[in-house]
Design a binder for this molecule. Structure first.
Ligand SMILES: [Ca+2]
Length: 170
């Protein structure tokens, strides 16, 4: 019995080290957190929609954050670029102060509730986006916490964005 356990164990180790390596394109980094996602952050003064389009042109999407490992990694990547306030792939159609229930990720997934990292007092749906517009797009601040912000901001308040894509398996 013990022999079989050793054999199974060794085969498992050999398999896991020979196959299943996840790789990212040049310039992209593999995020921890178990989802095999590649991440890259970009410095640019663009709207949330502009950031989404920029990610799509690189076969990626605005970054989706599903756990604390990913959040910390993305914050770290942002800090390496020495900036704060960055678009992520979250949005709501019904912004309201303190309402975290109607947010979703721009890939259409709705499990926003499984992990959130709102900054203190956020989302506040602060009304400074122009007449009849509230903050409805997700940004990460330099402290890694989340804030709802005006989707149309592109004047340098939000200084970049993060894109993510599925890693390839070797
Ligand atoms: Ca806000």
């Amino acid at each position: 019995m013990a022999h079989w356990l050793v054999i199974v164990c060794c085969l498992s180790i050999a398999f896991s080290t020979s196959f299943g390596q996840y790789i990212c394109p040049d310039g992209w980094n593999l995020m921890p957190g178990g989802r095999h996602q590649c991440i890259q952050v970009f410095v640019a003064n663009v709207t949330w929609s502009g950031a989404r389009m920029a990610c799509e042109t690189q076969a990626s999407r605005l970054a989706i954050v599903r756990n604390a490992f990913e959040n910390a990694f993305i914050q770290h990547e942002m800090s390496l670029q020495n900036f704060g306030d960055m678009w992520l792939g979250g949005i709501t159609a019904t912004p309201a102060p303190g309402d975290v229930n109607d947010w979703f990720w721009e890939d259409g997934t709705t499990d926003f509730q499984s992990y959130m990292n709102w900054d203190s007092g956020q989302p506040d749906a602060y009304e400074d986006c122009g007449p009849n517009y509230l903050e409805a797009c997700l940004e990460m601040r330099s402290n890694g916490k989340w804030d709802d912000n005006c989707c149309a901001y592109h004047d340098g308040y939000v200084k970049g964005y993060a894109c993510s894509m599925d890693a390839e398996q070797s």
